[in-house]
Design a protein around this ligand. Structure first.
Ligand SMILES: [Zn+2]
Length: 430
C-alpha cells in the first residue's frame, strides 16, 4: 500500500474557516487520508512530500461540463446562443466519432488535472469514450449520456441508451466513475419523458443531471406552454423526488427558490452564462434560500476554459457587483462551492469535498511562491482573488499522483495534444 506523507504544509480542509492548519501533516494510506493535523515526528516508510511554501486543499469539483467540447474552443465566439448552436456547434458535433470523443476527453482531462480539478460532472455522447479517458488519466467523474427526446421519433430508445450507459459504467475505474441520468433540459425533454426518467432514477438509485432555466427565452416559452416555470414544471413531474444536479438556474422567479432547495445542487456557470449573454444567476438569493450551489464551467466552447479559479473569482465578484454588496459570496464560502458544494451536488460528499480522516485522498497542492501571492495574510483570499491555475503544483486522486511538480503522471501531454489536434482537423476540414 502506498503511504505518502505531506510534511509541514498549510492545510485548508474546507470544513470551516478556522480549521486551517498553518504547518501540518497529511498522511495518505492507499486511497484515503489517515492523518491530518499538526506536524509531528513520524516513524516508518513513507514517500515524503515537502510542504514548505505549499498549500493543500480538497481537489476542485467542476460540477457541470461537456469535456469533449474542447475541440470547439474558440471556434465560434461572440454570437447569439441560437445561431451559435445551429450554425456552428451542432453541425460540427454531428461529425464526432467515438474515437474523437476519446481524444478530446484526454485533452480536457489534461486541462482539468493541471488546474487542480479532480472531479467533474459530464453530460455528452459517446460517454464510454469519456469513461475510457477517466479510467486512464486517474480522474474522478460523474458521467451521463445527454438525452434529447424532443423531435426524436423513438424517445424510448434515447432513454434506454442513457440508462444502459449509467448502469454499465457505474462504479467503473475502481469506483472513481459514478453515473447519472441526463435528460438534457425541460425544453428538450417534455414532462412525460421526465416522468419516465424519474421512475428509472428512483428504481435504480441513479441521480439526475439536467439544465434548468438557462435563458429568459426558455422560461418565457415554458410559462407560455405550461403556465409554469421550468423548476415548477419539473417539480410537478416529480423529478425532484430524485437526487438532482441542475446546471445554470439563471432566470428564476420567486417561487423557484424553495423548489430548488430540494435539489442536491445547482451548478452555477457564471463565465458561460456571461459569454452567451444569458444573464447572471441569483446566487446570493439561492444561497440565502438554502440551495446548495456548486460551480461549473460548462463546455470549453462557451467558457473557454475548464478550470475553476476563474469561475470562483467571477462568481464572487458578480455576486458582489449585482447585489451592490461587497459582503456577498465571501472568499471561504465561494471556495467551498468549488469543493464541498460540488461534492454534495454530485452525491459524493461522503467521499470527497473536504480533507478529513477517512475521506478519499483527492488533494490539490498550490505553490504559494509566485509574485502575485506575496504577501499572504489569508490563504482563502489568495485562492479566490489572486491565484492562477499555473500555481497548481501537484494533484492527487485516490492517493495516486496525477500531477507532480507540474508534470503529468498519467498522460503524455505532447501525444495527447498532437492526437487531439489531428482529430480536430479531421472534423473541421471534413
Ligand atoms: Zn451544459
Amino acid at each position: 500500500m502506498n503511504r505518502i506523507l505531506f510534511q509541514g504544509i498549510t492545510i485548508l480542509p474546507m470544513t470551516r474557516p478556522q480549521d486551517r492548519v498553518e504547518r501540518g501533516d497529511i498522511l495518505v494510506e492507499g486511497d484515503r487520508i489517515s492523518y491530518i493535523g499538526p506536524s509531528k515526528e513520524w516513524e516508518g516508510d513513507f514517500q515524503v512530500f515537502d510542504g514548505e511554501g505549499k498549500v493543500a486543499l480538497p481537489g476542485f469539483v467542476n460540477a457541470h461540463t461537456h469535456l469533449a467540447m474542447v475541440f470547439l474552443r474558440g471556434f465560434a465566439d461572440d454570437m447569439t446562443l441560437d445561431r451559435w448552436l445551429r450554425e456552428k456547434i451542432w453541425p460540427m458535433e454531428a461529425r464526432l466519432k467515438a474515437e474523437h470523443v476519446y481524444r478530446f476527453s484526454l485533452l480536457g482531462a489534461a486541462e482539468l488535472i493541471s488546474s487542480g480539478v479532480t472531479t467533474f460532472a459530464d453530460m455528452y455522447f459517446h460517454m464510454d469514450q469519456v469513461a475510457r479517458a477517466v479510467e486512464e488519466t486517474g480522474l474522478r467523474a460523474s458521467l451521463s449520456t445527454g438525452m434529447i427526446a424532443q423531435g426524436n421519433p423513438f424517445p424510448g430508445e434515447v432513454l434506454k441508451r442513457g440508462t444502459n450507459f449509467a448502469l454499465t459504467f457505474r462504479g467503473k475505474a475502481g469506483g472513481r466513475i459514478t453515473t447519472m441520468l441526463a435528460p438534457h433540459a425541460p425544453y428538450t425533454c417534455p414532462p412525460d419523458f421526465m416522468k419516465k426518467v424519474r421512475e428509472i432514477a428512483l428504481k435504480e438509485n441513479l441521480p439526475v443531471h439536467t439544465h434548468i432555466s438557462e435563458t429568459r427565452k426558455e422560461v418565457d416559452d415554458c410559462l407560455a406552454e405550461y403556465g409554469l416555470t421550468p423548476p415548477e414544471l419539473l417539480d410537478q413531474a416529480g423529478l425532484f423526488d430524485c437526487l438532482v444536479l441542475a446546471a445554470h438556474c439563471v432566470v428564476l422567479e420567486d417561487q423557484d427558490f424553495p423548489i430548488l432547495k430540494k435539489l442536491k445542487g445547482v451548478a452555477h456557470c457564471p463565465v458561460s452564462n456571461l459569454k452567451l449573454a444569458s444573464g447572471v444567476a441569483p446566487v446570493k438569493k439561492m444561497v440565502d434560500s438554502g440551495v446548495n450551489v456548486a460551480l461549473g464551467t460548462d463546455g470549453a466552447s462557451s467558457n473557454n476554459r475548464l478550470e475553476l479559479l476563474q469561475e470562483i473569482k467571477t462568481a464572487s465578484l458578480l455576486a458582489k457587483g449585482v447585489n451592490f454588496d461587497p459582503l456577498a459570496l465571501p472568499a471561504f464560502q465561494t471556495l467551498q462551492m468549488a469543493t464541498l458544494g460540488g461534492a454534495k451536488a454530485l452525491c459524493l460528499e461522503d467521499q470527497i469535498g473536504t480533507l478529513e480522516v477517512g475521506k478519499k485522498a483527492d488533494i490539490v497542492v498550490f505553490d504559494f511562491n509566485s509574485p502575485h501571492l506575496q504577501p499572504c495574510f489569508d490563504h482563502y483570499s489568495h485562492l479566490v482573488y489572486s491565484a492562477l491555475p499555473s500555481d497548481v503544483h501537484s494533484v492527487m486522486v485516490d492517493g495516486t499522483w496525477l500531477l507532480r511538480e507540474r508534470k503529468y503522471q498519467t498522460l503524455d501531454f505532447e501525444e495527447v495534444k498532437e492526437e487531439a489536434l489531428k482529430a480536430t482537423k479531421e472534423i473541421v476540414e471534413e
